[in-house]
Design a binder for this molecule. Sequence first.
Ligand code: BTN
Length: 269
Amino acid sequence: MTNRWPVAELRAALDALVPGFAVEVVAEIDSTNTELMRRARAGGAAPVLLVAERQTAGRGRLGRPWQSAADGGTAAPDESLTFSIGLPLAPQDWSGLSLAVGVSVAESLDPHGSQLRLKWPNDLWTVQDRKLGGILIETALPQAAAAQRYLVIGIGLNIGPRDAAGLGTAPAWLREFCPDAQAPQVLADIVPPLVRSVLGFGEHGFAAFAEGFAARDALRGRDVRLSDGTEGHCEGVGLAGELRVQTAAGLQLVSSAEVSVRPSGGVAS
Ligand code: BTN
Protein backbone atom coordinates (compact mmCIF):
# COMPACT_ATOMS: atom_id res chain seq x y z
CA MET A 1 0.00 0.00 0.00
CA THR A 2 2.92 2.37 0.53
CA ASN A 3 3.22 2.88 -3.24
CA ARG A 4 -0.05 4.85 -3.38
CA TRP A 5 1.64 7.93 -1.91
CA PRO A 6 2.79 10.78 -4.21
CA VAL A 7 6.44 10.42 -3.21
CA ALA A 8 8.05 11.66 -6.45
CA GLU A 9 5.70 14.65 -6.69
CA LEU A 10 6.37 15.63 -3.09
CA ARG A 11 10.12 15.11 -3.39
CA ALA A 12 10.22 17.46 -6.38
CA ALA A 13 8.09 20.11 -4.67
CA LEU A 14 10.06 19.96 -1.41
CA ASP A 15 13.47 19.79 -3.06
CA ALA A 16 12.63 23.09 -4.77
CA LEU A 17 12.14 24.62 -1.31
CA VAL A 18 14.97 22.91 0.58
CA PRO A 19 17.50 21.03 -1.57
CA GLY A 20 17.87 17.38 -0.61
CA PHE A 21 14.47 17.07 1.12
CA ALA A 22 13.79 13.33 1.48
CA VAL A 23 10.34 11.72 1.43
CA GLU A 24 9.81 8.38 3.18
CA VAL A 25 6.65 6.32 3.61
CA VAL A 26 6.48 3.36 5.99
CA ALA A 27 3.65 0.91 6.58
CA GLU A 28 4.11 0.97 10.36
CA ILE A 29 6.25 2.69 12.98
CA ASP A 30 5.96 3.52 16.67
CA SER A 31 5.65 7.26 15.99
CA THR A 32 6.91 9.43 13.16
CA ASN A 33 7.86 12.13 15.69
CA THR A 34 9.70 9.65 17.89
CA GLU A 35 11.61 8.33 14.87
CA LEU A 36 12.73 11.77 13.67
CA MET A 37 13.71 12.79 17.21
CA ARG A 38 15.72 9.53 17.52
CA ARG A 39 17.53 10.34 14.29
CA ALA A 40 18.19 13.92 15.40
CA ARG A 41 19.60 12.82 18.75
CA ALA A 42 21.89 10.46 16.84
CA GLY A 43 23.16 13.46 14.84
CA GLY A 44 20.80 13.30 11.85
CA ALA A 45 19.76 16.76 10.68
CA ALA A 46 18.58 16.10 7.13
CA PRO A 47 15.29 17.60 5.90
CA VAL A 48 12.74 14.79 5.65
CA LEU A 49 9.05 14.06 5.39
CA LEU A 50 8.19 10.78 7.12
CA VAL A 51 4.70 9.36 6.56
CA ALA A 52 3.38 6.32 8.43
CA GLU A 53 0.28 4.38 7.45
CA ARG A 54 0.01 3.17 11.05
CA GLN A 55 1.61 4.24 14.31
CA THR A 56 1.82 1.86 17.25
CA ALA A 57 2.72 4.55 19.79
CA GLY A 58 1.51 7.85 18.36
CA ARG A 59 2.01 10.75 20.73
CA GLY A 60 0.09 13.96 21.35
CA ARG A 61 0.78 17.05 23.42
CA LEU A 62 1.13 16.85 27.22
CA GLY A 63 2.23 13.21 27.02
CA ARG A 64 -1.13 12.08 25.73
CA PRO A 65 -1.42 9.23 23.21
CA TRP A 66 -2.48 10.00 19.65
CA GLN A 67 -4.62 7.31 18.11
CA SER A 68 -5.74 7.22 14.52
CA ALA A 69 -8.53 5.17 13.02
CA ALA A 70 -5.92 2.95 11.37
CA ASP A 71 -3.85 2.25 14.47
CA GLY A 72 -5.92 -0.65 15.76
CA GLY A 73 -5.24 -2.49 12.54
CA THR A 74 -8.89 -2.99 11.59
CA ALA A 75 -9.63 0.23 9.68
CA ALA A 76 -8.05 0.97 6.31
CA PRO A 77 -4.91 3.10 6.61
CA ASP A 78 -6.59 5.66 4.39
CA GLU A 79 -8.91 6.66 7.24
CA SER A 80 -6.17 8.81 8.76
CA LEU A 81 -3.05 10.74 7.87
CA THR A 82 -0.02 10.72 10.17
CA PHE A 83 3.28 12.28 9.26
CA SER A 84 6.20 14.33 10.56
CA ILE A 85 8.44 16.85 8.91
CA GLY A 86 11.98 17.29 10.18
CA LEU A 87 14.30 20.12 9.20
CA PRO A 88 16.90 22.43 10.72
CA LEU A 89 15.52 25.86 11.60
CA ALA A 90 16.89 28.91 13.43
CA PRO A 91 14.12 31.46 14.02
CA GLN A 92 14.89 34.38 16.32
CA ASP A 93 11.91 33.37 18.42
CA TRP A 94 10.10 30.00 18.39
CA SER A 95 6.95 31.42 20.00
CA GLY A 96 3.80 30.77 18.04
CA LEU A 97 5.23 28.10 15.74
CA SER A 98 2.43 25.59 16.42
CA LEU A 99 -0.10 28.34 15.66
CA ALA A 100 1.63 29.16 12.36
CA VAL A 101 1.63 25.47 11.44
CA GLY A 102 -2.09 25.29 12.25
CA VAL A 103 -2.82 28.32 10.08
CA SER A 104 -1.00 26.77 7.13
CA VAL A 105 -2.73 23.39 7.42
CA ALA A 106 -6.18 24.94 7.97
CA GLU A 107 -5.79 27.24 4.97
CA SER A 108 -4.82 24.29 2.76
CA LEU A 109 -7.73 22.12 3.93
CA ASP A 110 -10.35 24.85 4.14
CA PRO A 111 -9.31 27.83 1.98
CA HIS A 112 -12.60 29.70 2.47
CA GLY A 113 -12.49 29.43 6.25
CA SER A 114 -16.01 28.06 6.52
CA GLN A 115 -15.20 24.73 8.22
CA LEU A 116 -12.05 24.82 10.33
CA ARG A 117 -11.00 26.66 13.46
CA LEU A 118 -7.74 26.59 15.39
CA LYS A 119 -7.84 25.80 19.09
CA TRP A 120 -4.80 27.24 20.89
CA PRO A 121 -2.14 25.97 20.84
CA ASN A 122 -2.15 22.98 18.53
CA ASP A 123 -5.56 21.62 17.59
CA LEU A 124 -7.54 21.77 14.38
CA TRP A 125 -11.21 21.95 15.24
CA THR A 126 -14.32 22.15 13.15
CA VAL A 127 -16.76 24.99 13.63
CA GLN A 128 -18.71 22.60 15.90
CA ASP A 129 -15.78 22.32 18.40
CA ARG A 130 -14.87 18.81 17.24
CA LYS A 131 -11.24 17.83 16.78
CA LEU A 132 -10.11 17.06 13.23
CA GLY A 133 -6.42 16.86 14.00
CA GLY A 134 -3.48 17.82 16.15
CA ILE A 135 0.04 19.15 15.87
CA LEU A 136 3.02 18.03 17.95
CA ILE A 137 6.18 20.14 17.73
CA GLU A 138 9.49 19.06 19.19
CA THR A 139 13.09 20.16 18.70
CA ALA A 140 16.50 18.60 19.26
CA LEU A 141 20.10 19.71 19.04
CA PRO A 142 21.70 17.21 16.63
CA GLN A 143 25.23 18.02 17.78
CA ALA A 144 26.33 19.61 21.03
CA ALA A 145 27.60 22.77 19.32
CA ALA A 146 25.06 22.83 16.49
CA ALA A 147 24.09 26.32 15.32
CA GLN A 148 20.56 25.25 14.41
CA ARG A 149 18.04 23.15 16.24
CA TYR A 150 16.35 20.32 14.37
CA LEU A 151 12.63 20.90 14.26
CA VAL A 152 10.13 18.03 14.15
CA ILE A 153 6.53 18.87 13.27
CA GLY A 154 4.10 15.97 13.63
CA ILE A 155 0.58 16.14 12.27
CA GLY A 156 -2.29 13.72 12.69
CA LEU A 157 -5.56 14.17 10.80
CA ASN A 158 -8.74 12.13 10.76
CA ILE A 159 -9.68 11.57 7.13
CA GLY A 160 -12.55 9.12 7.57
CA PRO A 161 -14.95 8.38 10.46
CA ARG A 162 -13.30 8.16 13.84
CA ASP A 163 -14.67 6.36 16.88
CA ALA A 164 -15.20 8.71 19.82
CA ALA A 165 -14.33 6.05 22.43
CA GLY A 166 -11.63 7.19 24.83
CA LEU A 167 -11.42 10.72 23.42
CA GLY A 168 -11.93 13.81 25.57
CA THR A 169 -13.02 15.88 22.59
CA ALA A 170 -15.55 14.61 20.06
CA PRO A 171 -13.70 13.77 16.84
CA ALA A 172 -14.37 15.16 13.38
CA TRP A 173 -13.10 13.87 10.06
CA LEU A 174 -12.25 15.52 6.77
CA ARG A 175 -14.71 13.58 4.60
CA GLU A 176 -17.56 15.25 6.50
CA PHE A 177 -16.90 18.37 4.42
CA CYS A 178 -14.56 17.03 1.68
CA PRO A 179 -16.37 13.81 0.71
CA ASP A 180 -13.67 12.74 -1.78
CA ALA A 181 -10.70 13.31 0.54
CA GLN A 182 -7.98 10.65 0.33
CA ALA A 183 -4.92 10.69 2.58
CA PRO A 184 -2.28 10.73 -0.22
CA GLN A 185 -3.86 13.72 -1.96
CA VAL A 186 -4.38 15.55 1.33
CA LEU A 187 -0.69 15.02 2.07
CA ALA A 188 0.28 16.45 -1.34
CA ASP A 189 -2.02 19.43 -0.77
CA ILE A 190 -0.81 20.42 2.67
CA VAL A 191 2.91 19.60 2.90
CA PRO A 192 4.54 21.95 0.34
CA PRO A 193 2.61 25.03 1.61
CA LEU A 194 3.41 23.93 5.16
CA VAL A 195 7.16 23.77 4.49
CA ARG A 196 6.94 27.20 2.83
CA SER A 197 5.14 28.50 5.93
CA VAL A 198 7.73 27.02 8.27
CA LEU A 199 10.56 28.62 6.27
CA GLY A 200 8.62 31.90 6.41
CA PHE A 201 8.27 31.50 10.18
CA GLY A 202 12.04 30.94 10.37
CA GLU A 203 12.58 34.29 8.66
CA HIS A 204 9.81 36.46 10.11
CA GLY A 205 8.37 34.66 13.15
CA PHE A 206 4.70 34.49 14.15
CA ALA A 207 3.71 38.03 13.14
CA ALA A 208 3.01 37.02 9.54
CA PHE A 209 0.53 34.37 10.76
CA ALA A 210 -1.23 36.35 13.50
CA GLU A 211 -4.04 37.58 11.28
CA GLY A 212 -4.63 34.11 9.82
CA PHE A 213 -4.81 32.67 13.33
CA ALA A 214 -7.18 35.36 14.57
CA ALA A 215 -9.54 34.63 11.67
CA ARG A 216 -9.88 31.02 12.82
CA ASP A 217 -9.35 31.36 16.57
CA ALA A 218 -11.80 28.92 18.23
CA LEU A 219 -11.46 30.49 21.70
CA ARG A 220 -11.45 34.24 21.10
CA GLY A 221 -14.50 35.91 22.61
CA ARG A 222 -15.41 32.87 24.69
CA ASP A 223 -15.25 32.06 28.38
CA VAL A 224 -12.48 29.54 28.99
CA ARG A 225 -11.08 27.41 31.77
CA LEU A 226 -7.36 26.59 32.02
CA SER A 227 -6.07 23.25 33.29
CA ASP A 228 -4.71 25.04 36.41
CA GLY A 229 -8.29 25.99 37.30
CA THR A 230 -8.11 29.63 36.14
CA GLU A 231 -11.29 30.88 34.51
CA GLY A 232 -11.67 33.92 32.30
CA HIS A 233 -12.65 35.41 29.00
CA CYS A 234 -10.38 34.73 26.02
CA GLU A 235 -9.21 37.80 24.13
CA GLY A 236 -7.37 35.85 21.45
CA VAL A 237 -3.60 35.55 21.05
CA GLY A 238 -0.85 38.16 21.22
CA LEU A 239 1.94 38.80 18.74
CA ALA A 240 4.13 36.14 20.33
CA GLY A 241 1.35 33.57 20.09
CA GLU A 242 0.48 33.76 23.78
CA LEU A 243 -3.15 33.23 24.82
CA ARG A 244 -4.72 36.33 26.39
CA VAL A 245 -7.22 35.52 29.11
CA GLN A 246 -9.01 38.24 31.08
CA THR A 247 -9.54 36.88 34.59
CA ALA A 248 -10.90 38.32 37.83
CA ALA A 249 -7.27 38.99 38.80
CA GLY A 250 -6.48 40.79 35.53
CA LEU A 251 -5.11 39.85 32.13
CA GLN A 252 -3.25 36.54 32.13
CA LEU A 253 -0.87 35.71 29.27
CA VAL A 254 -0.56 31.98 28.77
CA SER A 255 2.41 30.66 26.87
CA SER A 256 3.31 27.55 28.84
CA ALA A 257 3.33 24.34 26.86
CA GLU A 258 2.13 22.59 30.02
CA VAL A 259 -1.21 24.38 30.15
CA SER A 260 -4.33 23.27 28.33
CA VAL A 261 -7.48 25.29 27.86
CA ARG A 262 -11.06 24.63 26.92
CA PRO A 263 -14.22 26.64 26.45
CA SER A 264 -16.13 26.82 29.76
CA GLY A 265 -18.98 24.34 29.80
CA GLY A 266 -17.73 23.00 26.50
CA VAL A 267 -15.75 19.99 25.44
CA ALA A 268 -12.44 19.00 27.04
CA SER A 269 -9.25 19.94 25.20
C1 BTN B 1 -2.18 16.48 19.81
O1 BTN B 1 -3.35 16.44 19.44
O2 BTN B 1 -1.87 16.65 21.02
C2 BTN B 1 -1.09 16.33 18.79
C3 BTN B 1 -1.25 15.08 17.96
C4 BTN B 1 -0.11 14.88 17.00
C5 BTN B 1 -0.19 13.54 16.32
C6 BTN B 1 0.84 13.39 15.24
S1 BTN B 1 0.56 11.94 14.27
C7 BTN B 1 2.13 12.11 13.53
C8 BTN B 1 3.09 12.52 14.61
N1 BTN B 1 3.58 11.35 15.31
C9 BTN B 1 3.18 11.32 16.58
O3 BTN B 1 3.46 10.43 17.39
N2 BTN B 1 2.43 12.40 16.85
C10 BTN B 1 2.30 13.26 15.70
